[in-house]
Structure formats: C-alpha cells, structure tokens
Design a protein around this ligand. Structure first.
Ligand SMILES: [Fe+2]
Length: 437
C-alpha cells in the first residue's frame, strides 16, 4: 500500500522532510537517493570504516579516520531462561570477549565472542544535521553467546577492555513471576522527543524492550551512526526484541547490512524477521508486517501453530503479538482489518491478550473480543494525525487515543497485565488492564 504521504514527500522541500518522513509512510522503494549514489561512487570501498573525507563526518560509524574501539553498542538480544546474546561493532578488530556478572555481584566471568567482517558499499549521510554519516568500508560485528545463566536473574556486562561499553539484561522469569517490560515504536531520536520519553520509563528498570519497528529514520534526519549512541541508554537497559518496520529498508542494502546485522535473530523459533520468546509464562510473537501476515501465508501459519503450542505450554499466562503495521488504526496510516479478521479466531482460541502495533505516530487503544490492540507509535517520530480515518469501522472500537510521544510500561502481576502509557513529560496518559491465566 502506498502511503499518501509518500507521494507528498516527493514534492516536499528538504526542510519539511522530517515532518513527513517520520509519519510512518512507506519509504521502502528500494531506490538509493542521489546523495547516497554519489557518495558510493566516490567512496573508498576498502578503507576501514570508510574514508569519505567529508568535513564534519568524524564520529562513530566511520568518518575521515576509523578509530579503534567499539563504535556501536553493546546491546543484548535473545534473552531466554539461561542464555542471552551480546553484540557490538567496530571498524578495526577489537576486543573479543564480554565480561559479565550477576547484577550487583562482584565475580565476573568472561566469554569469547565471534566476529564477522563485512563491507558496506554506500555512504549514507544525514540530510540536515551534523549527524555522522554511515560510511562505506569494512566493519566487524561481534557476537557473544552467554549460556548456563540462572533464570529470573539480571546480569550486567561490558566489552572486555572497555568498561564503559556496558549493559544489562535479565534472563526470562519463571512462569507466574512478576515481570515488567517496555514497549515503544517508531524511534527517531534526531527529532528530539525520544530521550525525554525514555527518561521516564527506563528508570523503572524493565527487563526488556519490545520495539514495534521503524527503529532508525534516514528520512528523519539521522543515521545508524547517530542512532546508536543516542539510543544506548535503551540498549543498555535490557534485551532488545524488535519487529520489522518499513523504515528498516529505506536504503537498498539497509535491511541486510544494518538492521539484520544489528538486530536479526533477536528471538527464537522463527525466521526472516519473525520470532517468538517466552518470559514469566507470557509468550511473545514478533510478526514481520513487511511480509504477508494473513492466516493463509507462511508466516500466518507459523504464528497460528506457535500460538496453539504456547497455549498448551506449562505455566501459560497469555500471548502478546508485536508488529509494525497496525491491524486497526484511525490515524494517518495503513490498516489491516482483513488480516485481523483472519487471525482473530486463533487469537481468541489460543489466549492472545494484547497486540502491540506501531507505524501510526500516536497512541490508540482498541478492544475487540476481549483482545487489546494498542498503537504505540510515539517513540520519537513526528506525531501524526491520529484521527485522519475516523470513518474506518474499527474506530467504533477505539477506547482511547492521543497525539503525543510516549512509551508503555507493562507489568504482569498474578492474573493481571497492566499497561501504563507515559508521555515525554512524564504524564500518565492512559492505563489499561487485561487478564492473564
Ligand atoms: Fe512505519
């Protein structure tokens, strides 16, 4: 579906780019912008971290010189009951191990990492800010698998030899235990609200983050080199479980060379950007709405099969679906009521309690057949027009909405799951509850 703003964007001057680019519009047209193509033509393909020589590009991700040490991260993924994965990136070979210990403990262990060297071809600068460009060149992605961990335990870790490059993750809680986690979507820190939004929810120490997709916006004034240091507080707070958004493919190779290397294989038992994981008896399903996701397709069949299996698992309390494009929205974004109708019988039969969706830059809460459909697209992208399509049938089901930046703390406690929607001023804008088993 072509978003109406994608058309408008072609007519838009550079100065209004941010407002449109962040509105959740489709930008995955696969075409490299002229600046990127020109940069690629003139760039050194073999230099470590690239060597564009452009003034003002020094910094993480490359620039005139590639400096030793960690450029991006570390961050954690794939946190299960007894394991987790830690990744980071350099542009010259660097530290090859992670030191970790139980949070608050003193006895650190060390685990070796594997490294993958890869080469990016294109230069992707930011449009309007002095954000460092994503430079062409050789990079090294490190990955360490921490195993044999204790369940229901939080750990701190750091890249060996770089104590300041550190983070935290928690292993999955045992079924029935209390659990706090964070939901956010459409993070665009260059536009200025993301930091404030997170400043009110990260101190609550969520175990992990569900990201609804549209993680970084080239079209919203930033680059991955800019995004990582700005988002390190979130990445360091807990494991990162993203859904795939349309802005993960703004550039021809962005999905493969950036998104997938950083955040691919974030969970378990899936493929091609969709996965599942379990924590505290809650089962989470990240659905890739850049691929068909109706009930009859490969992904839909996978989802239904996994939902049924989860509903029969010991200690099952409920399931939560995470996806970028919304089933329901009354805002300036596409919606997918047909896929919702196809999947609803399985959602009802197999204990789905909440669907977290993004893409529309605002907040919405719908309820249908006892299932909550929450739009959490307030992570920093320019807020959209949330009432643009009030004639859609699902809008009769909308219980709350608002045009504000936000993230959501979710607390599972006993038989209740509570969501608290907190904006970038610290105000609670909505709360919702649903029952768990
Ligand atoms: Fe989007």
């Amino acid at each position: 579906m072509i978003h109406r703003h994608a058309v408008a964007l072609t007519l838009c001057s550079a100065l209004c780019l941010a407002a449109f680019a962040a509105c959740g519009g489709d930008s995955s047209d696969g075409a490299a912008p002229p600046a990127a193509q020109a940069g690629a033509a003139g760039a050194s393909a073999g230099g470590a971290g690239g060597a564009s020589g452009a003034a003002g590009d020094a910094g993480e991700g490359g620039g005139p010189t590639c400096t030793p040490g960690v450029l991006k991260g570390p961050w954690s993924l794939r946190a299960g009951s007894t394991e987790a994965t830690v990744r980071w990136q350099t542009c010259v070979p660097g530290a090859t191990a992670v030191a970790f210990s139980v949070e608050g403990g003193a006895d650190a262990k060390t685990v070796d990492a594997t490294s993958t060297m890869y080469t990016t071809k294109y230069r992707y600068p930011s449009v309007l800010t002095d954000a460092p460009a994503d430079e062409p060149g050789d990079y090294h992605l490190y990955e360490a698998t921490l195993s044999g961990l204790a369940p229901s335990t939080c750990y701190t870790y750091s890249v060996a030899g770089e104590a300041g490059r550190k983070g935290r993750f928690c292993t999955a809680r045992k079924a029935g235990e209390k659990l706090t986690f964070l939901a956010i979507g459409d993070t665009n820190p260059a536009l200025g609200t993301t930091d404030a939004t997170l400043s009110f929810t990260l101190p609550k120490r969520p175990d992990f983050t569900l990201h609804g997709g549209d993680i970084q916006y080239y079209s919203g004034l930033e680059t991955w080199a800019y995004w990582f240091p700005k988002m390190q507080p979130l990445l360091a707070a807990g494991a990162f479980f993203p859904a795939v958004g349309n802005h993960e493919s703004e550039k021809p190779d962005e999905y493969e060379q950036y998104f997938w290397r950083y955040f691919g294989d974030a969970g378990f038992d899936g493929k091609s950007g969709y996965f599942t994981f379990e924590n505290a008896g809650l089962h989470f399903f990240s659905v890739n709405t850049q691929e068909p996701f109706g009930a009859a397709g490969e992904q839909g069949k996978w989802l239904i099969e996994k939902l049924e299996a989860a509903s029969k698992a010991p200690g099952f309390r409920g399931s939560i679906v995470l996806q970028h494009r919304p089933f329901f929205t009354c805002g300036d974004s596409d919606h997918h009521p047909d896929e919702q109708a196809e999947l609803e019988p399985s959602f009802k039969a197999f204990g789905v309690r909440v669907v977290l969706q993004a893409h529309m830059h605002g907040y919405e809460r719908f309820e249908k057949e006892g299932i909550l459909y929450i739009t959490t697209g307030g992570g920093g992208g320019a807020i959209g027009t949330i009432d643009d399509d009030l004639a859609r049938p699902e809008c009769a089901l909308r219980k709350a909405s608002g045009a504000f930046p936000h993230s959501i703390l979710l607390d599972a406690d006993g038989a209740t799951l509570t969501g608290t929607v907190i904006d970038n001023k610290g105000a609670t804008r909505d709360t919702f509850t649903t029952t768990l088993k």
